[in-house]
Design a protein. Sequence first.
Length: 277
Amino acid sequence: MNGFANPVVMTSIPETDKPAGIDPRPATAEPKVTVGHLNFYYGARQVLDDISLTVAENKITALIGPSGCGKSTFLRTLNRMYETVRHARVEGQVLLDREDVLSMDVSALRRRVGMVFQKSNPFPKTIFENVAYGLRVNGRGRGADLAELVEASLRRAALWDEVKDQLHKSAYALSGGQQQRLCIARALAVEPEVLLLDEPCSALDPIATAKIEELLFGLRPNCTIVIVTHNMQQAARVADDTGFFLLGRLIEFDETKLIFKKPAKKETEDYITGRFG
């Protein structure tokens, strides 16, 4: 699998309003998330500057760029995770299936848009209870039904065969890669439509990374995925489309194969060829 087919297309923002560097290509996939003229601030400090892009449904979109360029902050705007930080504010528009994210009930939003962080963060509970937690909170499943839902989530995260005989052991007994897949299983348990991953493989060995990447391909038919990664080879392997961030701006957004083989912007070329970053 090369992850290069079916590009994300920016059709939801009028061409005349598109910031420089974004190519208004014709639509080839349904938009799942549409971001228009997004600005983000921590107090008086602006972190994101006029970001506009569209994430296609059931595709993998990668966000690359040097540390501190705004990738993770942007990811957190998609399910309003930034609201846990004082004095953070956003301007602009974020749509999920053409519905304004900023006006949605935040709990309902986060059921639809799940998130997995850079550092695996299993709860201090058993493997089973980690996955069951979100299901219980949302009133889904009891007894045998709950067990079936937990098993289904662990299978989707390609973890069931490794943990099926130790479901009632502490999640902390798992390896780093297994803990990360457990966190993905926990996010998948409530059946999100979009899954956000913030550098999920940064602390993992190559074998665990390969398992996460294989998992992403398996999830793609039923889930839209946005992944932040510092590993450009990973973006090239897994992503249908890639956006390059620099100093809080989206410099370029296109099909992954074009970003890596024929970038339109010099800044993009300089980054992917290792001249900086």
